[in-house]
Design a protein around this ligand. Structure first.
Ligand code: ADP
Ligand code: MG
Length: 597
């Protein structure tokens, strides 16, 4: 795109950098300065009229027009007229006037008639950071089929989208966007976005371009890997064999067995070294234990802030918390991050640096337990490869149920029964900020009750410095854990069979899903109770009916769309005005194909 300086400034003001994006800023309305012989009620239109009489009242002017094109009279009304308007209407004058016409009981009126000199044109009106007429000139100058095609858009889509900026009479007579126009907007929106993403992806030479076969290792495991675990491992195997450094995100529901994929990757990388970073000490510990157990012949080491200074070059697999970022580390051919959604931006940036040393780069794999809709994964794939694991190794048997105050005594019976079976219960209370007047108890208000009526009650919350220790103690000795949503972190609590979420309607469905995912991780029968004061919540009812995190990601979108959680949209790709993740998979596929991604 080559623009003159002043046009460049206008593009900048609009926040766009391509003709495609300009095309997407469609007019919000049109002014039709052509003459029609048919009146369309409640629409702004042009009349060719003679002024028959003018009546001036203190706060308004009423003008009687005879409209030649419509063939009858109508009443013009100007409210709070400006002084200059007083002299605009003279009895006997014939001119063109423009305004919204409305008819009641045979009498038609035009509100705020505006005198028009240039007629015969349809003018689009824009609501952008630029004044409408400035925007119009910019569009007229740059929005051409050639320009859109020069950015890769195909002719048919270009033509369709141009119709919206350079409208014909037919377009004006429809009140809704045509199906073709809508499709062109979706297509163009995706095309522009994915092209930009793809353009940002940088490719580097890999430090190592070979992968051992993992089959022998897989056979040594006490279970068979699921098809989706294998598919993800195969994706990674292909990555590791390339001479371009991999950049891949493995997205899998809680409990979908991502650890095995991590271990397989480290195994395939041998004899080259791998590094794995996890967001908490507990998780790093757990991963380390699993590495020792399932990769007995690999030399693994755990690095936390308690680890002494040491030369790690004797190890094949370095596992740690963000303490890794502050250590001298030997080169690694593969860097992995587990639960990457838990790291702050700053830590992720630091890690990027760790990965980004020298001309050649390690392969880079991220693992996330935040399910995203398949369509979104396809869109993301423009700048990062994505593998999805949508199923869990064993189907969890979890009963989910929405409960109310009246169910409390039954709930107590259930809790006692589970504890009697040596199982554990988690009760999640809402995060309370001071500005909120909440209709639920806070942790501090509630803990007394539980501590009085039960033994082995543990309490922790997000700001608790001891929370890792509390979780560890609870894992060994606890019956009931009372917490805020902190336990979202992937620590495994094998005896946990029940989660009770207080004020469930206040949480996003994906958060609820993460919490439910803590339960019954080892195949025990699980229970999830959503405690709410709301009489009816369609959102919670639908949540209860499904267990797949990917379905829930879609549900979240559905309810956000219906205005339930409007603000949350950003998180799932609100950059789209037209594209809908739930419905537009086919268009995403087409764009992907057309862009060769
Ligand atoms: P996440 O995806 O949440 O990290 P994990 O890797 O922690 O899940 O796996 C959850 C549990 O499932 C672990 O106890 C793990 O040993 C077990 N697991 C993983 N893969 C399989 C499999 N293919 N068959 C049976 N159990 C499995
Ligand atoms: Mg995990």
């Amino acid at each position: 795109m080559n623009l003159a300086k002043d046009d460049e400034a206008k593009f900048k003001k609009l926040g766009i950098s391509s003709f495609l994006e300009l095309a997407l800023l469609i007019p919000h309305s049109y002014e039709d300065y052509t003459l029609h012989s048919q009146l369309i009620p409640q629409k702004a239109q042009l009349i060719d009229a003679t002024v028959e009489s003018v009546y001036k009242a203190p706060n308004s002017i009423q003008i009687s027009f005879f409209s030649h094109n419509l063939g009858h009279t109508l009443q013009g009304v100007l409210f709070r007229p400006k002084p200059y308007m007083m002299h605009q209407f003279k009895v006997g004058d014939r001119d063109y006037y423009y305004g919204v016409i409305d008819c009641k009981q045979g009498h038609c009126s035009m509100s705020m008639p505006k005198k028009v000199t240039k007629i015969g044109k349809i003018t689009p009106k824009y609501k952008t950071a630029l004044r409408s007429d400035v925007m119009l000139r910019l569009v007229e100058k740059h929005l051409t089929k050639e320009n859109l095609q020069s950015e890769g858009l195909n002719a048919a889509m270009a033509e369709e989208i141009l119709k919206l900026h350079f409208p014909t009479i037919e377009l004006l007579n429809t009140t809704q966007l045509s199906e073709n126009a809508l499709e062109a907007l979706k297509y163009t929106e995706l095309f522009a976005y994915m092209k930009l993403l793809a353009g940002k992806r940088r490719y580097f030479q890999a430090l190592s371009s070979s992968a051992r076969d993992y089959k022998e290792w897989a056979e040594s495991l006490p279970f068979t890997l699921t098809d989706e675990q294998i598919a993800a491992i195969e994706d990674i195997k292909t990555d590791l064999q390339k001479d371009v450094a991999a950049k891949r995100m493995v997205v899998g529901d809680v409990g979908s067995g991502k650890t095995m994929v991590i271990l397989a990757a480290a195994y395939m990388m041998l004899p080259q070294r791998s590094i794995l970073m996890a967001p908490t000490t507990i998780l790093a510990n757990q991963l380390f234990e699993e590495a020792v157990k399932f990769l007995p012949n690999i030399k693994s080491v755990l690095v936390t802030n308690k680890t002494k200074k040491e030369d790690f070059s004797g190890y094949d697999f370095i596992i740690g918390t963000h303490a890794l970022l502050y250590r001298e580390l030997p080169n690694a051919a593969l860097v992995m991050v587990d639960e990457q959604h838990r790291f702050g931006t700053q830590q992720r940036n630091m890690l990027e640096k760790l990965v980004m040393s020298g001309e050649k780069r390690p392969h880079y794999l991220q693992f996330s337990a935040t399910p995203i809709p398949r369509t979104q994964a396809m869109i993301e794939s423009a700048h990062i490869d994505v593998s999805l694991i949508t199923s869990t190794p064993f189907t969890k048997d979890i009963d989910s149920q929405v409960i109310h105050k009246s169910d409390f005594s039954e709930l107590l019976v259930h809790i006692k029964a589970e504890i009697a079976k040596n199982n554990q219960v988690l009760i999640v209370y809402p995060l309370v900020t001071e500005s909120e007047v909440l209709e639920y108890q806070s942790i501090d208000e509630a803990r007394g009750y539980w501590e009085k009526n039960f033994s082995n009650v543990y309490v922790t919350h997000g700001k608790d410095k001891e929370k890792e220790q509390v979780l560890l103690d609870f894992r060994e000795q606890g019956d009931i854990l009372i917490s805020t949503t902190v336990v979202e972190v992937g620590i495994s609590l094998p005896r946990l069979t029940t989660v009770i979420i207080v004020g469930a309607e206040r949480l996003g469905l994906s958060t609820l899903h993460q919490l439910r995912g803590r339960v019954s991780r080892t195949g025990l029968k699980g229970y999830c109770f959503l405690y709410t004061n709301q009489n009816k919540s369609e959102r919670l009812d639908e949540f209860v009916r499904t267990t797949s995190g990917f379905d829930i990601a879609n549900l979240d979108l559905k309810f956000r769309k219906s205005g339930d959680l409007l603000k949350g949209m950003q998180q799932s790709g609100s950059q789209f005005k037209w594209v809908n993740f739930v419905e537009d998979e086919a268009i995403v596929k087409r764009v992907k194909g057309d862009l060769n991604i």
